[in-house]
Design a protein around this ligand. Structure first.
Ligand SMILES: NC(=O)c1ccc[n+]([C@@H]2O[C@H](COP(=O)([O-])OP(=O)(O)OC[C@H]3O[C@@H](n4cnc5c(N)ncnc54)[C@H](O)[C@@H]3O)[C@@H](O)[C@H]2O)c1
Length: 364
């Protein structure tokens, strides 16, 4: 490649550092600049990495005038859609942090901007790049389980409400259900081939976040800290979703995949994290099957995952796709289904009954 890939970073907070570390390991990349609405924050961020020649802006619009090839959107959730759409309209490929956005109106706007631009939009689900994560999909795709009819998502934190911009409606929009819930949904849905979600019935609570006994910043807390949902997927598959930032329990359970021929149980590897978080890495995988007519279980060998490598892999997959004219490593066709479940959970919680997913715009 003659010319380096010109990259900008929109939103220069916590996770932008992980994006930057990964970009700086990729020789084909040049960091052109960064933008953050907090005055001086982009400059400080770039200087931290010794990028004193890179340009700093207080507004993404100005950064997007720098003839960039691609951007990482690392803003808090409520700014994902507006920044992603603006970047696509400016002709940039976009690596958008998770969750995609807050609702289906925003998701549709991103989807349409992506289609119109002909650029790549991918999302920051780095657990996808884990070998054990991929192995679960391989086992299920191989047909070992037969038709899968029930999936349970698992994990959840015992005490792990984050702080900063994660706990207010204005910035985060939603709490645990989308923050770490989108990962759990991606693992469950990706493993079974992302069938279309049809209906969602959900509940959400804030018993810990709003209680100063458990959370020091309770007055500021305005999102959910626990959610559960019953989701009907195309093909007669049920998805049982649970996600927590805080609860009086170590886990909401393991990931379960029930098939007509066999079942798969996937444990969290790091129960000591956050008092029981599913952090995206995959622990023990056990196959439940019959052998000679007898119920049998077989532990599938797994490897050790290194989280920082997952992050590098996600950024590298994005830059490789841009450089080689490839397609989005994690395509909108899947992300929209993930977002439609989150959107369904939010609407079902608000109205108190089951709702249909809002994906009709895809049929137009
Ligand atoms: N993939 C992961 O492992 C991972 C981990 C943590 C966070 N995240 C995601 O990354 C996003 C950011 O999280 P964070 O921890 O970095 O939050 P943060 O609050 O530390 O950083 C967000 C930054 O975006 C800036 N910002 C907001 N709106 C902007 C706009 N319109 N233009 C320019 N800058 C803007 C804010 O001023 C802030 O500095 C969230 O969506 C979160 O879900 C992903």
């Amino acid at each position: 490649m003659d010319k380096k890939l010109r990259i900008g970073i929109i939103g220069c907070g916590g996770i932008a550092h992980a994006h930057m570390r990964a970009y700086l390991e990729i020789p084909e990349v040049e960091i052109v600049g960064g933008a953050d609405i907090v005055p001086g924050k982009a400059r400080k961020f770039l200087d931290e990495f010794g990028l004193t020649d890179a340009k700093a802006f207080d507004c993404a619009t100005d950064l997007l005038k720098c003839e960039l090839d691609a951007v990482s959107v690392c803003t808090y959730n409520s700014q994902h859609a507006v920044c992603a759409v603006e970047a696509l309209e400016a002709g940039c490929h976009v690596l958008l942090e998770k969750p995609m956005c807050l609702n289906m109106k925003e998701a549709q706007a991103i989807y349409e901007a992506e289609k119109k631009s002909g650029k790549i939009l991918t999302i920051g689900f780095q657990p996808r790049y884990g070998a054990n994560f991929q192995q679960v999909k391989e086992i299920i795709s191989s047909g070992t389980l037969g038709d899968v009819y029930y999936v349970q998502t698992g994990g959840g934190r015992r005490r792990g409400i984050p702080g900063g911009t994660f706990i207010e409606k204005d910035t985060a929009g939603v709490g645990a259900l989308a923050d770490i819930g989108c990962y759990a949904l991606d693992f469950a849905m990706n493993s079974i081939g992302y069938p279309k979600p049809l209906t969602v019935s959900a509940v959400a609570y804030d018993h810990f976040g709003k209680n100063p006994k458990y959370y020091g910043d309770a007055e500021r807390f305005s999102v959910d800290d626990f959610s559960a949902a019953f989701v009907r997927l195309e093909g007669g598959i049920t998805l049982d979703f649970r996600m927590s930032w805080a609860m009086h329990m170590d886990t909401t359970g393991d990931f379960l995949f029930l098939g007509k021929d066999a079942g798969l149980k996937v444990k969290q590897p790091n129960l000591e994290l956050w008092g029981g978080a599913w952090d995206g890495t995959v622990g023990q995988i056990t196959l439940y099957h019959d052998m000679c007519g007898k119920p049998t279980s077989t532990v599938i060998p797994t490897g050790t995952e290194i989280k920082s490598n997952l992050f590098y892999s996600k950024v590298k997959a994005f830059t490789d796709a841009v450089i080689n004219g490839g397609t989005a490593p994690i395509p909108t066709s899947q992300i929209l289904y993930n977002q439609a479940i989150i959107d369904g959970i939010i609407r079902s919680v608000a109205c108190g009954h089951e709702v249909e997913t809002d994906l009709a715009f895809l049929d137009k």
